[in-house]
Design a binder for this molecule. Structure first.
Ligand code: ATP
Length: 456
């Protein structure tokens, strides 16, 4: 059995080598806890984002999508409570100066108070807890004074509350309905780390689902099932790797009627992947108070006016990328026969990314067995036909066929199409399935339909 640390090391080296994730600003010595998504990482992330948007926005009658700025009117953060309370408890080690989140230390020690907890690195004494606000501050305009202070949004959710009034008035929706957004969020995390799990800049996919207050418990259950469906059917995470953690009354935000953290068994431990909360009418009532606008819903049937409750399912996009990579990376330690770079043999075990085809960065690879006798031209022609149909395809003619298959396995390509001399005669190619390892012959003319059929 491969150790969790070794698995993370192999995953991170694969991500760098194969163009999924690079250390950011590497040529300048790097920038702590910032990462660049490389060509395949970008495709994977976009595919997850697009599958989410299709499923939860385009796929539903009761949903609309928005795209709001990262820097908005700072009053929003006063109203939402982020200015006053969006902080993490921070402690420093008096001896080695390391910095920790007090809640993480308590959780690891199974303690409810900090007394007797020491630095986990050097056993030194820790300072008193200080609350550290996680919002990044900036200045808008040319003067850098208090009147120009603004913040980078720490979550995308605020944009759904600032657009609520326009959508309520102009989009002809009926309760219950939701507003969705995908975008960047920024938090000056005290202890970022674990690769792309916790970074200071990250992406979220969030929904604020507005309901009649007495309908909120039902809607919460519906969204819990929607989140399960996403995790099981789209990401294909093994259900035994996912925990739906009901947050106890005492540990919930004061305004939340119910909260569930969706946790995933990452190699470094069981950690939050997503969150689902019944936020009651807290946000709308705060924004109503601070903006002096009437944000209530008017129910034309009953003549009632009220502030809807909000169910908030919140998905971290970057954390999803990591969970999907951890889940579907298959490591065969016994097989080190082919160099992982596709050249000289190494001692790296064989790795296959068994990504769900819909999420895979590259759907198909076209690989002629020979470059000569017109196979190269035929292969390029086939690749272009697939590309023109909007399917991401790679053409590769260099190196042994075994090494080319391994390279495609490492980036998760589900199907490789191999051309040989028979292809010239009868217009067929061999399809190699990444997971089943089966080989069948398919007509070149039918490949686009074949792939689309598999993807649907
Ligand atoms: P954590 O307890 O891990 O700090 P949180 O409870 O503060 O997370 P939320 O405020 O509920 O997180 O944010 C919603 C989602 O956004 C999280 O479930 C997670 O997927 C994602 N997320 C939050 N912070 C980060 C981060 N620093 N890096 C990457 N993703 C994040």
């Amino acid at each position: 059995m491969i150790s969790p640390d070794k698995k993370m090391d192999l995953l991170m080296s694969l991500c760098k080598r194969r163009g999924f994730v690079y250390a950011d600003s590497d040529i300048y010595g790097g920038f702590a806890n910032a990462w660049d998504y490389g060509p395949y990482g970008t495709e994977l992330k976009n595919n997850i984002r697009d599958a989410w948007w299709k499923r939860f926005v385009h796929g539903r009658e009761d949903m609309v999508g928005v795209d709001t700025p990262v820097v908005q009117n700072p009053k929003i953060w006063e109203a939402s409570g982020h200015l006053a309370t969006f902080s993490d408890p921070l402690v420093d080690c008096k001896k080695c100066r390391r910095r920790f989140r007090a809640d993480h230390l308590m959780e690891a020690a199974g303690a409810t108070v900090m007394s007797n907890i020491k630095c986990t690195a050097c056993a030194g004494d820790l300072t008193e807890i200080k609350n550290f606000n996680l919002m990044f501050k900036t200045f808008v305009g040319v003067t850098e004074d208090t009147s120009s202070v603004a913040y980078l949004r720490p979550e995308t959710a605020a944009g759904m509350f600032t657009t609520w009034k326009d959508i309520r008035d102009g989009m002809r929706k009926k309760l219950p309905f939701g507003i969705a957004q995908v975008g960047k969020a920024f938090r000056n995390e005290i202890t970022p780390g674990q690769f792309i799990f916790r970074t200071r800049e990250f992406e979220q996919m969030e929904i604020e689902y507005f309901v009649k207050p007495d309908d909120s418990e039902r809607a919460f259950e519906v969204w819990l099932n929607e989140m399960k469906g996403w995790v099981n059917d789209v990401l294909k995470l093994d259900p035994s790797h996912v925990v739906y953690h009901e947050i106890a009354d005492a540990d919930r935000a004061f305004y939340s009627k119910r909260t569930i953290d969706v946790e995933y068994h990452y190699p470094f431990g069981q950690k939050e992947l997503y969150g689902l909360a019944n936020r009651t009418d807290y946000d709308l009532s705060q924004h109503q108070k601070f903006s002096n606008e009437d944000l209530r819903w008017f129910d034309a049937e009953t003549g009632e006016r009220y502030l809807p409750y909000v169910i908030e399912p919140s998905w971290g996009l970057s954390r999803t990328v990591l969970a999907v990579l951890c889940e579907h990376l298959d490591i065969d330690e016994a097989d080190t026969s082919v160099g992982a770079h596709g050249d000289a043999p190494t001692t790296e075990p064989r790795m296959v990314l068994r990504l769900p085809p819909r999420l895979a960065p590259v759907k198909a690879a076209v690989l002629p067995l020979q470059k000569k006798d017109g196979l190269s031209e035929l292969g390029r022609e086939l690749a272009q036909k697939i590309r023109s149909a909007g399917i991401v395809v790679e053409y590769d003619e260099s190196g042994s066929i075994g090494k080319r298959y391994r390279r495609q396995d490492e980036i998760g390509t589900p199907w490789c199409f191999t051309l040989d001399y028979t292809s010239k005669e009868d217009g067929t190619v061999t399809v190699r399935d990444r997971d089943a390892m089966t080989q069948e012959r398919v007509k070149m003319d039918e490949i686009v339909a074949w792939i689309n059929n598999k993807l649907s």
